[in-house]
Design a protein around this ligand. Structure first.
Ligand code: F6R
Length: 255
């Protein structure tokens, strides 16, 4: 009996899409992309995302990077976003998420692990500092992205101009609905600092990961609609360097 394929590759309206039978294979391939980048360019700049989607990814990366004969010791990482008003040590900050799930488990020089500082007294100035640092270091070599149910990438909410650089954003009602579960009874911040849509699309290579049925509708829209500001993820369609990595559920509405 022929072995069932672990993944299939197709193009949806010109965008490269990989659909996996098992999410473990998806995260393994996504991590191998990172390991290959670091082997080729040890001082690469890697763009990172947070959220539920990326927890298994960081688990895999942190447990396998040594076996994969890679090191983060010369690499820089840049996270996509951070809530405004949270101290780095706040249990809900993306800095804490990253420290817990990745930075404390790999050999990265902690000063090269960049997350926008949401506790800055001047978030706009912090956003420009962050953007300048990314360009000063030569831009992002490999960017990982999740996708919000409203089509946001980073915290670029619907309506964000495609030419935007790192900026301060007011979170949309749907993002507040999507993420307030993580804040329990505490009040979720209403704004964030995020890399802009232009910053993201300037990366040499972009990997978008979406898993689960709840993402099926937005994945279909992002891949099949004309690029438009209402769906920030649709900006990726103009970009030949993008691959969507999906499981059967998030890909279920694609023909
Ligand atoms: C987080 C980020 C967001 C998430 C998106 C999906 O750094 O940039 O765009 O990727 O909200 O979140 P999850 O994975 O929790 O569904």
């Amino acid at each position: 009996m022929a072995r069932l394929q672990r993944k299939r590759e197709c193009h949806v309206h010109g965008t490269r899409v990989l659909v996996y039978k098992n999410t473990s294979d998806l995260f393994k391939d996504a991590a191998n992309e990172l390991f290959e980048t670091l082997r080729r360019k040890p001082d690469a700049n890697i763009g990172l995302a947070t959220g539920a989607t990326f927890l298994p990814f960081y688990k895999y990366v942190s447990s396998k990077y040594k076996i994969a004969r890679t090191s983060f010791s010369k690499a820089n990482t840049f996270n996509l976003d951070e809530y405004v008003g949270l101290e780095r040590s706040d249990m809900h900050s993306y800095f804490t998420y990253m420290r817990t799930n990745l930075f404390s488990k790999i050999d990265i020089d902690q000063k090269n692990a960049n997350v926008p500082d949401g506790s800055s007294k001047d978030p706009k100035a912090e956003a420009s500092r962050y953007e300048s640092k990314i360009s000063r270091l030569g831009g992002i070599d490999l960017q990982y992205l999740g996708i919000g149910q409203n089509g946001h990438i980073g915290f670029n909410e619907p309506g964000t101009p495609f030419g935007s650089k790192t900026h301060v954003v007011r979170l949309s009602a749907s993002t507040i609905r999507q993420n307030s579960k993580y804040f329990g009874n505490g009040k979720m911040p209403r704004s964030a600092i995020t890399m802009g849509i232009k910053t993201i699309n300037s990366a040499n290579k972009i990997v978008v990961i979406a898993v689960g049925k709840a993402k099926a509708s937005i994945v279909k829209k992002a891949l099949t609609c004309k690029p438009n500001k209402k769906i920030p993820a649709s900006s990726l369609k103009r970009n030949a360097n993008v691959t969507f990595m999906l499981d059967n559920k998030s890909a279920s509405l694609l023909k």
